[in-house]
Design a protein around this ligand. Structure first.
Ligand code: MN
Length: 728
């Protein structure tokens, strides 16, 4: 009886709709587990993901219900189901190649952006893809064979509306569940796969479409006079280089070490009588390091990506969300890798997380990075990763086989991940000689352990740099990107760092935003600089050290060695730190103001203080305002500094980094400047020593390029082989 009922139900129009929705649902879930890597962790996330394809499938296929004529209605339902399947299938193919989802911009530009995609589409097919199309084929066959008959009954608008309403109800439920599991998902998206995980492929695509339509609208409204006022502002704030420091590091390799979540208070801190970061402490006070002890992070919601935005472009992150994810794919930048390219530099980023995180795989092309070595380039055992990706010791040690192939001078950035909240570590990675704190807050106790681990990782890397000789002609830049411990932890943390929980106030919290910034080079005369400074100042400082004047570039910081250095910084939330003041929230004397040196709150202001604070507030506000105007309206499209060649993002392919480097080495022959070539074509990876327990029995993974990387082919090689194949 039940079976009979089901068969009868499918013969109705509602039944047919339900059938199509259910079949689509099944294949979506199949694809989500088999083809996509959505990073589903807890059961709640699985449940949300199971719901995601339903609302939009009902809404889309339900459109067919609005057609009165039965045959038209059935065809419309099938067409909508077909289109939805095409979107799913296109994403499956795209994901196999790029580990990312299609954006509306990519779909509209497929012809222009990805000529290689069509060529290799056949190679991307898997036998399991039949499941994506099987349901449609079977249903159509059953219709033709009249096993499923077209329901001739007429359905009014009421039932169509009911179906649409039910779809919207499910969509609302889905949005609600997503918000409860991941608050501010859409306002602060840092990875497209998160949006797909929580909202499904259709909703993601719709959201992405709306977002890019908005960008197009904003770009249309972009105004040249806005650009002129920005150029006036940066011209006025230009700080000329110092005579003694300009160009002292000219032509050197630049190695940037991005210390994840690393705060200044860790420097020289002892826990249970032992230094937390003995190696970084030694670099901090080294004779060849210029260290800054009043250097602040200035990130907002974009966190790590905001730090990168400032260091690479000299502009701030945006006021809400991350510039990398919301504007990074479209915007024109004049960034460090591209500026340096014109001085003969090759550039690369080494990072142990997936390439899509913070949209890096797109943004780095627009910044002008030659190579991006994401997690695919390193060992891949389950034990090698924790938290946000490959453990730092493995990242550094396994990067050498690539680093040594880069033409010199190079600009190489290492983004570490192990010291990331919740600061988890595997037991075997703990140093038995270092005992962490015993507070009731596990996050704090863990923080010192991962910071200690990071310190050891950097030490191993330094040892290699010296042994291999790279050290002699490199400038090493070390900085912390932002806080690791936040407001909720300060009360517990206070006694650990010699402060009192009872008197902890906003001033103390501002002091916690200090992060390390050190420039180390055998050339430099070391000292500790006490100037108030921040991440926005790094790019102008580095450019001048490398002998590149930043005049004409739109940058909002200034050279820390310049006689005209501005001596104040502003946080993304408006808080200002100057030589004399800490002005909370940018509200001037109406808010809370502290004396920066004494830490005492200023209650009664002298007329002179009032004037000074007012001027600072205006300057700080304008700095953020012009940076936002520049980035939100993508105004650098209309302006190219003298001597700068705009970036062509399409020239980069991050899947074949290794092959590209080998080819260049080959082509250059004797004039190749890579460390490998200079070392008589011998690898230097054997010089790398690590105590990473994971690699104990797998030391070959330091030396050998993984097979998946070796098997990648350059585009023209690919077409050569396929031509050969067709010929034979
Ligand atoms: Mn970070």
């Amino acid at each position: 009886m039940k079976k009979r009922n089901l068969v009868t139900f499918i013969q109705t129009r509602t039944g047919f709709l339900t059938l199509l929705v259910l079949l689509f649902w099944i294949k979506y879930i199949f694809v989500a587990y088999v083809d996509f890597n959505l990073g589903l962790s807890d059961p709640y996330q699985h449940i949300i993901m199971w719901i995601t394809p339903l609302p939009t499938a009902i809404l889309l296929i339900g459109i067919g219900f609005y057609f009165q004529k039965p045959i038209v209605s059935y065809i419309a339902m099938l067409v909508m189901d077909f289109l939805n399947t095409v979107l799913l299938f296109a994403n499956v193919l795209y994901y196999r190649q790029f580990s990312d989802f299609l954006t509306v911009k990519t779909i509209l530009n497929t012809g222009k952006v990805a000529p290689g995609l069509g060529k290799s589409a056949v190679a991307l097919l898997h036998p399991t893809d039949i499941f994506i199309w099987l349901d449609l084929i079977v249903v159509i066959v059953l219709l033709i064979m009249k096993k499923i008959k077209i329901d001739q009954k007429s359905y009014g608008l009421t039932s169509s509306f009911a179906i649409t309403s039910f779809g919207f109800f499910l969509l609302t439920l889905n949005l609600f569940m997503a918000e409860s599991s991941r608050p501010r998902l859409l306002r602060n998206t840092f990875d497209r796969s998160y949006v797909v995980k929580y909202l499904g492929l259709d909703t993601y695509t719709a959201y992405d479409g709306i977002k890019s339509a908005q960008t197009v609208q904003v770009n249309k409204n972009a105004n040249i006079s806005d650009l002129n006022s920005i150029l006036d502002y940066t011209d006025q704030n230009y700080a000329k280089p110092s005579k003694n420091m300009f160009g002292v590091e000219k032509g050197k390799n630049v190695i940037v070490i991005h210390l994840e979540s690393f705060q200044q208070f860790l420097i020289n801190l002892k826990i249970n009588g032992k230094e937390v970061t003995p190696f970084l402490n030694s670099i901090y006070k080294n004779n060849h390091t210029i260290s800054f002890d009043n250097f602040y992070h200035q990130v907002g919601l974009g966190r790590t990506s905001d730090a990168e935005t400032m260091l690479e472009t000299g502009t701030y992150g945006i006021s809400d969300g991350s510039l990398f994810t919301s504007l990074g794919s479209e915007n024109t930048f004049q960034a460090a890798p591209q500026i340096l390219r014109q001085k003969g530099y090759t550039s690369a980023v080494f990072h142990g997380n997936v390439g899509t995180f913070w949209n890096r795989n797109d943004v780095y092309k627009n910044l002008g990075y030659n190579y991006f070595f994401d997690q695919n380039y390193y060992s891949n055992a389950r034990t090698d990763k924790i938290g946000y990706g490959l453990k730092d010791k493995l990242l550094f040690s396994e990067s050498i086989k690539y680093l040594q192939r880069m033409q010199q001078p190079f600009y190489a950035k290492y983004i570490t991940v192990t010291n990331h909240i919740p600061f988890s570590m595997d037991a075997e990675d703990l140093d038995p000689n270092f005992k962490t704190t015993n507070t009731q807050d596990e996050t704090i106790n863990n923080y010192f352990q991962t910071a200690h681990y990071l310190d050891e990782a950097v030490k191993e890397f330094f040892t290699y740099l010296k042994k291999s000789g790279l050290y002699k002609n490199s400038m090493i830049v070390i900085y912390g990107d932002h806080y690791g411990l936040s407001n909720s932890e300060y009360q517990t943390l206070a006694p650990v760092i010699g402060e009192s929980a009872d008197t902890w106030n906003a001033y103390n919290s501002v002091q916690m935003q200090k992060v390390p910034f050190m420039i180390h080079s055998p050339n430099l005369k070391g000292r500790i600089d006490h100037e108030v400074s921040g991440e926005i100042d790094v790019l102008p400082t580095l450019m001048h050290l490398l002998g590149i004047n930043n005049k004409g570039y739109v940058q909002f910081g200034s050279d820390l060695f310049s006689p005209d250095y501005k001596k104040w910084i502003v946080f993304r939330n408006g808080t200002i730190v100057s030589q004399r003041y800490v002005i909370i929230g940018g509200k001037g004397i109406k808010g809370t103001v502290y004396d920066r040196i004494s830490g005492k709150q200023i209650i009664n202001f002298t007329p002179e203080e009032k004037k000074e604070i007012k001027e600072l507030s205006i300057k700080a506000k304008n700095s953020l305002k012009y940076s936002d105007l520049l980035n939100n309206r993508n105004l650098l499209r209309f302006y190219t500094p003298v001597g700068f060649v705009p970036t062509n993002p399409n020239q980069f392919d991050y899947l074949t980094n290794y092959q590209q480097m080998l080819r260049i080495e080959n082509e250059l022959g004797k004039s190749s400047t890579s460390l490998f070539s200079r070392n008589n074509n011998k690898s230097t990876t054997k010089l790398y020593k690590t105590d990473a327990t994971e690699l104990k029995n797998r030391l070959n993974e330091i030396n050998d390029v993984p097979e998946t990387v070796r098997n990648n082919q350059l585009d023209d090689e690919k077409s050569k082989t396929s031509k050969k194949e067709t010929r034979t």
